[in-house]
Ligand binder design. Structure first.
Ligand SMILES: NC(=O)c1ccc[n+]([C@@H]2O[C@H](COP(=O)([O-])OP(=O)(O)OC[C@H]3O[C@@H](n4cnc5c(N)ncnc54)[C@H](O)[C@@H]3O)[C@@H](O)[C@H]2O)c1
Length: 437
C-alpha cells in the first residue's frame, strides 16, 4: 500500500471532487493497478449517476398521488380485514344491493354511502385519502361512515390486486364509482393526477368489473364540465361535448368514451352521471361556496369572477341530497351486466344523465346569500375570469333523469346554503372560537 497521504501530497486534493476519489483509490491499491482502479471507479461513478437520474425521473414524472402509492405499504389483507369487509357488506333488507363505493371518503361518496347504508344495502368504501384537499376532513367523513357500519378500505383504484381481492371476498352487485381527481383549476398544476385517477383508474375499475363473475352494474360520476364551451342552454345529454375547456373535462369526456367501449365489448351495464356543481354539508374546500364562506368569516377578500362583457358567472348549484337521491335512483334502475368471465353475452345498458338543479344562480347572488347567512359583509374583488378551464355558465336540462330515474331536485340555493353554513359553523367553529382551522 502506498504510504502517501493528503498531508504528504497536497496535490491529492485538487479542486474537482471527482479527481479526489480517483487519487484516493491509490491509497488502497498501489500505483501498479492505477488504470484498472480508475476504470472501476469510473464505472461505479457513472452507475451511481445513472441510477440517481432514473430515480429522479420517476419521482418527478409521477404525480404526488402516484409517488405515495408506489412508496406506501398497502393497508389491506388478512383475516380481520376480510371480516370487516364482509361485515360492511351485509344486506339488511330482502331487496338490498351490495355496492362498492369508490371515493367514499369524498364529499359525494360519503353522502351516497350513508344513504345506501341507511336503507339496508351492503356498502363498502374505497378511498386513497390523497392530499388534494384537507385530509382530516376525509378522515372525519370516514369516522362518520365507520359509526354507521361502513368500512372504508384505504387503497387506490389503480391497485388491481386489491380490487380483485375485494371482488373475491364479496360478489358486489353494483359499483358506485365516484373516486376521481376533481377540480378544474388544479389540472394546470398537476395534470398527471387527472390521467392517473380519471383515466387509468377508470380503466382499472372497468377491467376488474368485466372479469368479475357475476359482473356488477356500474354507475359513475362524469361531469357537467363535458359541455365545455357549449353556448346552447340548458345543456341536454344529446348536446355536443367535444369542446372541453379543461383537462378535467377532457378526462371525464374520455371516461364516457371508455365506458362505451367496455359496454360494447364486455356487456358491462354502465350509467354515467353528469353532476352540476354539487354543494352542501361535508363539502369540498376547493369549491367557491366553501372557501368564500371561510374567507368571509375570516375577514379576507374574495375574488368574484366576471365573464366576457362583464357578464356574471353563473352555476346550476345542486344540493348534495338531490345528487345522492339521483345516484341511488341510478343504481336502482340499472339493469344487470350481460357478460360473464370477461365475455359479452348480449347487449347491455349504457346510459348518461344530467343531474343538476335546473336554476342557475350568479356568483354575486351566491355571495349575497352567504353574506346574509353569515351576517358578515364580504370584501369583494371583481375580476375578469382567467382562462384556467372554468366556463362562464352551466344550466342543466334534467328531463331525461326525471323521466327515467324519477329525479326531481327539491332544494333551492338559499335553503341548501343555510344547511351548509350550519354544518360549517358546527364543524369548524365560529371565528374567534375556531377549533379545527
Ligand atoms: N362535487 C362536484 O361539484 C362535482 C361536479 C361534477 C362531477 N363531480 C364528480 O363526482 C365525483 C365525486 O366528487 P367529490 O366532489 O365528492 O370529490 P372528492 O374529491 O371529495 O371525492 C373524491 C374522492 O376520491 C378519492 N380518490 C381520488 N383519486 C383516487 C384514487 N386514485 N384511488 C382511490 N381514491 C381516490 C379522493 O381521496 C376523494 O376522497 C368525482 O368523480 C367528481 O369528478 C363532482
Amino acid at each position: 500500500m502506498s504510504s502517501f497521504s493528503s498531508h504528504s501530497n497536497p496535490d491529492a486534493f485538487p479542486s474537482t471532487p471527482g479527481k479526489v476519489k480517483m487519487e484516493r483509490s491509490n491509497i488502497y491499491f498501489g500505483r501498479g493497478s492505477t488504470r484498472w482502479q480508475s476504470s472501476v471507479a469510473k464505472l461505479f461513478f457513472w452507475t451511481v449517476v445513472v441510477v440517481g437520474l432514473i430515480v429522479i425521473f420517476f419521482m418527478r414524472s409521477s404525480s404526488p398521488v402516484e409517488t405515495r402509492r408506489l412508496l406506501s405499504t398497502p393497508h389491506w389483507g388478512g383475516h380481520d380485514w376480510e371480516k370487516r369487509v364482509r361485515y360492511s357488506c351485509r344486506v339488511k333488507t330482502e331487496k338490498g344491493i351490495v355496492v362498492l363505493v369508490t371515493g367514499a371518503a369524498g364529499f359525494v361518496g360519503s353522502h351516497v354511502s350513508l344513504a345506501l347504508k341507511r336503507r339496508g344495502d351492503g356498502v363498502l368504501g374505497l378511498d386513497n385519502f390523497n392530499d388534494y384537499y384537507d385530509q382530516s376532513l376525509k378522515r372525519a367523513r370516514q369516522g362518520l361512515l365507520d359509526k354507521q357500519g361502513v368500512f372504508v378500505v384505504e387503497g387506490d383504484i389503480n391497485d388491481a390486486p386489491l380490487l380483485k381481492k375485494l371482488f373475491d371476498v364479496v360478489p358486489f352487485t353494483h359499483v358506485m364509482h365516484l373516486a376521481a381527481q376533481a377540480g378544474v383549476r388544479y389540472a394546470m398544476q398537476n395534470p398527471n393526477s387527472y390521467v392517473h385517477s380519471n383515466i387509468a383508474g377508470l380503466v382499472t375499475i372497468f377491467e376488474i368489473c368485466k372479469s368479475a363473475n357475476p359482473q356488477p352494474a356500474i354507475v359513475w360520476a362524469s361531469s357537467s364540465s363535458v359541455y365545455g364551451l357549449n353556448s346552447k342552454v340548458p345543456f341536454s345529454e344529446s348536446d355536443r361535448t367535444d369542446q372541453p375547456a379543461s383537462l378535467y373535462a377532457a378526462t371525464k369526456k374520455a371516461g364516457e368514451e371508455i365506458a362505451h367501449t367496455y359496454n360494447h365489448i364486455y356487456g358491462l351495464s354502465i350509467t354515467g352521471l353528469r353532476f352540476f356543481t354539487v354543494y352542501g354539508p361535508w363539502g369540498r374546500p376547493d369549491m367557491a361556496y366553501f372557501f368564500f364562506t371561510k374567507d368571509i368569516l375570516q375577514g379576507k377578500s374574495i375574488d368574484v369572477y366576471q365573464g366576457l362583457n362583464k357578464v356574471d358567472v353563473a352555476r346550476d348549484f345542486t344540493y348534495i341530497d338531490d345528487i345522492a337521491k339521483g345516484c341511488v335512483a341510478a343504481l336502482d334502475t340499472a339493469k344487470k351486466s350481460t357478460g360473464s368471465g370477461g365475455k359479452k353475452k348480449g347487449p347491455a345498458q349504457l346510459r348518461i344523465y344530467n343531474l343538476g338543479n335546473t336554476s342557475p344562480v350568479s356568483v354575486p347572488d351566491l355571495v349575497n346569500i352567504l353574506e346574509r347567512l353569515l351576517k358578515v359583509k364580504a370584501k369583494k374583488n371583481i375580476i375578469s375570469m382567467p382562462s384556467n378551464g372554468d366556463v362562464p355558465f352551466t344550466h342543466a336540462n334534467v328531463s331525461l333523469a326525471h323521466t327515467e330515474l324519477g329525479y326531481q331536485p327539491t332544494t333551492d340555493l338559499q335553503t341548501g346554503l343555510k344547511k351548509f353554513v350550519k354544518w360549517y359553523l358546527s364543524y369548524y367553529g365560529v371565528p374567534g372560537r375556531i377549533s379545527k382551522g
